[in-house]
Ligand binder design. Structure first.
Ligand code: FES
Ligand code: FES
Length: 158
């Protein structure tokens, strides 16, 4: 079986898997990184959202062979370390607004939120309602209103 090397949450790792195995399953089943959740497996629900080179990616849709040694994969487990803290400001905002209900979708929600705020900042502006409208993560518990409030709070502290 082929080897695949990439950076995962700050560490260089190598894992053996067939080329077409999706990154979600490499993370969860082979590496035990269970923050990215499985919802649909077809790039719709966004429960698996993680960052690849700083951008939000649905890792259920990415064959592991597309990830190379220079690529940096960050999951919710590695998010705090990207700011050198125990919790990322977006996670703190999530706690402040008591967002989670069952919690299943929330790692993906937070990873999408952080990427969206970063994208706005890269364009030299704050996150807007229109940005929040673009987020497509599904929450079956219906926590959307609290998610929006938390993103605004988290963005202030990022
Ligand atoms: S599991 Fe990846 S988008 Fe649904
Ligand atoms: S908190 Fe339950 S699916 Fe979102």
């Amino acid at each position: 079986m082929p080897n695949h090397t990439f950076r995962l949450n700050g560490e260089q790792i190598t894992v053996e898997a067939e080329d077409d195995v999706r990154l979600l399953w490499v993370l969860r089943d082979l590496l035990g990184v269970t923050g990215p959740k499985y919802g649909c497996g077809i790039g719709v629900c966004q429960a698996c959202t993680s960052h690849v080179n700083g951008k939000a990616v649905n890792v259920c849709s990415v064959p592991v062979s597309r990830i190379g040694p220079d690529d940096e994969v960050v999951t919710i487990e590695g998010l705090p370390a990207t700011v050198g803290r125990d919790l990322h400001p977006m996670q703190e905002a999530w706690l402040e607004h008591d967002v989670a209900q069952c919690g299943y979708c929330q790692p993906g929600q937070i990873m999408s939120a952080v990427a969206k705020v970063r994208q706005a900042r890269a364009e030299g502006r704050d996150v807007t309602d229109a940005d929040l409208d673009e987020l497509r993560n599904i929450c079956r518990c219906g926590t959307y209103a609290r998610i929006r409030d938390a993103i605004r709070t988290g963005a202030e502290n990022m």
